[in-house]
Design a protein around this ligand. Structure first.
Ligand SMILES: Nc1nc2c(ncn2[C@@H]2O[C@H](COP(=O)(O)OP(=O)(O)OP(=O)(O)O)[C@@H](O)[C@H]2O)c(=O)[nH]1
Length: 604
């Protein structure tokens, strides 16, 4: 006899139904309910995976690549569901505008907004740069909004006009402005706050124009690259992971994707940022105090209650350590020491053209002059890589072997389980003329830099004219390449103490064909609460009877309730069938008894 046995969780709910004893319609209904139950379970499992982000499913990587390919397409400006955001990076050497966009949030509080760089109809990233830096307006602050106008016009022409009012605009200034006195910074920002809204309709208020700290810049750069690399997603089997303790020390560690550290060398400042997976034990209260100022703990999740996206990042900035400023400091020192030496020895080295100072950091045979006040120093390139390294090392301000001008605490780096990306000058130094941008190898880099330094200036200029260098390389790059490559090398190995055989440093400008800038991290950070706002609005809409929308499945409480109702209905139905079955059995027994009695009565 065929039997379907349904084990319904607790033993007390155990029931067995004989199929053969049920009529056909009942059997069909029972089968339908069983199928419904199985489908519900499967559906729940599928949604749970999709909604709550367990990305161990085999398609996760494929989806990521689809998303990358999609983000390289022209932005669909006809899609009214897209949101836009604009960030202007006012750096020391120039200002750049970046336009970002993102589709509506998927409703899962554990995922971040999918912010992407806008691409025009030719699929080119919507970016525009102008030179010089905004800090050159220190004495004419009322021209600040005119200065930025070409960038804002450019952004306004790309963002659909109907979206301008809801598009946030952030004007964020870095090291160039940080070096100005506060009153000059304030005057420039004031001009922007007053005049930009007169010309443009973007969402822009006083808090949207600021001089960000080096710490913020480092954190934003760190967020930007890790977001693009998908390091905030859940790990696949093949991903490198780290054990992380977040929140209070009593919380058990969680295993998360290993994030990458960043080093970003601009014109004026240098930033380094990397995750510190476990709480640091400080050796003294002084060290603890110093440590706190360079550790940033922040929650990238939209809900402060969720600790899944809490990150503890060591971030520090070195003002004056950018490539251009380092060269300036070096030249200042050359002038001062030459003047002092000449005064003392009454020699004329460097002070007359015929007797130039031999600079190991300029390419061989290159002539240059430095003017400070009414003094001019004459230089001639020596192109000596090793001597140049020695010459730049004192500018690292090493303090007990650490690059720390004010004794800045450096959190330890786990060189055997880490990965770093170098941006801006780290990339330009390797790529613009050396053409070895990407994977860093200290031997290969040192050799290429040495060869460059020892190449005659006339040959280098010839190569530039023959377009043998990258498109971005100009005469200034050629002039300072030898210095900057030695500076970068020293920063890396003597300053941050990266082992010479460190295998996991890449330098990059584009990652997955996206220009990874700290600006992306800035907009991600500044819009991190938008998903929560959207979710709250969604919940409010759901409270309204007419607003039952497809996204209701994102409400997992509602979904669980539905499932519970289905399961209860099935169980009640089975109990009822059982009761009917028992009643039928009893009736059959009664009938048998009756027949037996009748049979007996009929027997002669
Ligand atoms: N090859 C190349 N060089 C660039 C590019 N943008 C800027 N530079 C040069 O690189 C150096 C550093 O510039 P950035 O990285 O833009 O630094 P910044 O934002 O001006 O400087 P901070 O204010 O210190 O952050 C300068 O000498 C620039 O002229 C670029 O897209 N390609």
């Amino acid at each position: 006899m065929a039997r379907i046995t349904l084990s319904c969780l607790p033993a007390s709910w155990y029931c067995s139904v004989s199929l053969l004893s049920l009529n056909c319609a009942t059997k069909q209904r029972l089968l339908f309910l069983v199928l419904l139950f199985i489908t519900s379970i499967l559906l729940l499992a599928t949604y749970q995976r999709q909604l709550w982000g367990t990305q161990r499913r085999p398609g996760a990587r494929v989806n990521k690549y689809f998303s990358i390919v999609e983000s390289m397409e022209a932005t669909d400006i006809l899609n009214s569901a897209l949101n836009y955001g604009i960030v202007v990076d006012c750096g020391s050497s120039g200002s750049r505008v970046f336009v970002y966009y993102w589709p509506p949030h998927n409703g899962n509080p554990h995922t971040l907004l999918d912010i992407r760089q806008m691409r025009d109809s030719d699929r080119k990233p919507v970016v525009k740069k102008i030179k010089p830096g905004i800090s050159t307006l220190a004495n004419t602050p009322t021209q600040a909004s005119d200065y930025l106008e070409p960038l804002l016009r450019f952004a306004a022409a790309h963002v659909p006009t109907s979206k301008h009012k809801e598009t946030p605009l952030y004007i964020l200034c870095t090291a160039g402005m940080r070096l100005l006195p506060e009153s000059q910074q304030a005057a420039i920002l004031e001009d922007l706050v007053m005049d930009v809204p007169l010309e443009f309709d973007f969402l822009f208020s006083r808090s949207h124009a600021e001089v960000i700290s080096g710490k913020q810049e480092g954190v934003y750069a760190w967020i930007g690259i890790n977001f693009v690399l998908g390091r905030f997603d859940h790990p696949d089997e093949e991903d490198a992971t780290v054990e992380v303790t977040t929140g209070s020390e009593n919380q058990p560690p969680i295993s998360r994707r290993r994030t990458v550290g960043i080093m970003d060398m601009g014109g004026a400042s240098l930033q380094i940022a990397y995750e510190v997976p476990s709480a640091i034990t400080f050796s003294s209260p002084q060290e603890e105090e110093a440590g706190k100022s360079v550790l940033a703990e922040f929650n990238l999740g939209c809900d402060v209650e969720q600790t899944q996206h809490v990150y503890r990042v060591y971030v520090t900035t070195f003002l004056g350590f950018g490539g251009n400023m380092a060269r300036q400091r070096y030249e200042d020192q050359l002038v001062n020491s030459t003047l002092a030496k000449n005064g003392f020895l009454t020699t004329e080295t460097g002070l007359i053209e015929e007797k130039p100072y031999l600079d190991p950091c300029l390419p061989v045979s290159m002539s240059d002059t430095i003017t400070r006040g009414n003094h001019t120093l004459y230089l001639r390139g020596q192109g000596d890589w090793s001597r140049c390294q020695e010459a730049v090392r004192p500018f690292l301000g090493l303090h007990n072997g650490t690059m720390s001008p004010q004794g800045i605490y450096q959190a330890p780096i786990n060189f055997s389980n880490s990965e770093f990306y170098g941006f801006s000058e780290f990339y330009y130094c390797m790529e613009d003329v050396l053409r070895i941008g990407g994977q860093y190898s200290s031997d290969k880099y040192a050799q290429a830099a040495k060869d460059y330094c020892t190449t005659k200036w006339s040959t280098l200029k010839q190569r530039l004219d023959n377009e043998l260098f990258s498109q971005q390389a100009d005469i200034s790059r050629l002039k300072y390449q030898c210095f900057k490559s030695a500076w970068m090398y020293e920063v890396l190995h003597s300053g941050f103490r990266f082992p010479y055989d460190y295998p996991s440093l890449k330098t990059a400008q584009l990652v997955y064909d996206k220009e990874v800038q700290w600006t992306l991290g800035a907009i991600l950070f500044k819009t991190r609460f938008l998903p929560l706002r959207d979710l709250q609005q969604e919940t409010l809409r759901q409270g309204h009877p007419g607003w039952l929308r497809p996204s209701f499945v994102y409400n997992h409480h509602l979904f669980s309730l539905c499932l519970l109702v289905v399961v209860l209905a099935i169980l009640l139905y089975i109990l009822r069938l059982r009761r009917i079955h028992q009643r039928e059995l009893r009736q059959a027994e009664a009938l048998d008894l009756l027949w037996a009695e009748e049979g007996e009565a009929l027997l002669p």
